[in-house]
Design a protein around this ligand. Structure first.
Ligand code: 5GP
Length: 193
């Protein structure tokens, strides 16, 4: 998506540890016009897939999932919560995820009330790096016996293995910008086309 790539070049900041900061328009301050374009693009890509629900993970996925849902005739959005307690109740589906940005493992949970076997679910997230967040969400959808339609990712870091691994497993992954390489010393960002 040209508009998104231009914005990443203009305002993205490459940090050490292969982290791309896009806080000025995606992850902290939000450019809602760009968000709407992103939502419309995901809706175009998955328009014939009978999506009944969008699943994301707190916190940065929620806003993107909401604008996307509006482009899908307001299908419900469910977000996986990062569990803070050690007790997992019987009422939730759960899965463990290793955080890319913090390096620790945490549990994500979704109430069994909000995913049903007949659901056809589009997963939305801001970044794809090693694919752990997506794998955790897919596990939850599988526990519920629902269908994974695919994943819509705003920025994939193509030099990290998540995208390739998931596509090899047969998951449809659509990323609106794929970073081929980035350099924290020069600030250069190159996209894959
Ligand atoms: P993964 O689970 O694919 O390794 O990492 C994806 C998650 O880590 C995303 O939900 C995102 O929050 C975070 N993440 C991974 N890489 C980056 C990055 O370069 N920049 C930012 N802002 N978040 C990232």
């Amino acid at each position: 998506m040209e508009l998104l790539e231009q914005r990443i070049i203009k305002d993205g900041v490459v940090k050490k540890g292969n982290v791309l900061k896009v806080d000025s328009f995606l992850n902290h301050q939000i450019d809602i016009e760009l968000y709407s374009e992103i939502g419309a693009e995901f809706a175009r890509l998955y328009k014939d897939c009978d999506v009944t629900k969008i699943l994301t993970i707190e916190a940065s996925g929620i806003g993107i999932a909401c604008v996307t849902a509006q482009s899908f005739n307001n299908v419900p959005v469910v977000f996986a919560k990062k569990n803070k307690t050690t007790n997992i109740s019987d009422d939730v589906y759960s899965s463990k995820v290793v955080s890319y940005t913090h390096g620790r493992e945490y549990e994500i949970v979704v109430s069994k009330s909000y995913i049903k076997p007949e659901d056809r679910i589009l997963i939305i997230d801001d970044f794809l790096a090693n694919g752990k967040a997506l794998e955790g969400l897919i596990k939850i959808i599988n526990q519920a016996g629902a269908t994974v339609v695919g994943a819509g990712i705003v920025i994939e870091k193509g030099f990290q293995p998540g995208g390739e691994n998931l596509r090899k497993q047969g998951v449809r992954v659509e990323s609106l910008a794929i970073v081929e390489s980035m350099n924290d010393e020069t600030g250069e960002i190159v996209f894959r086309h």
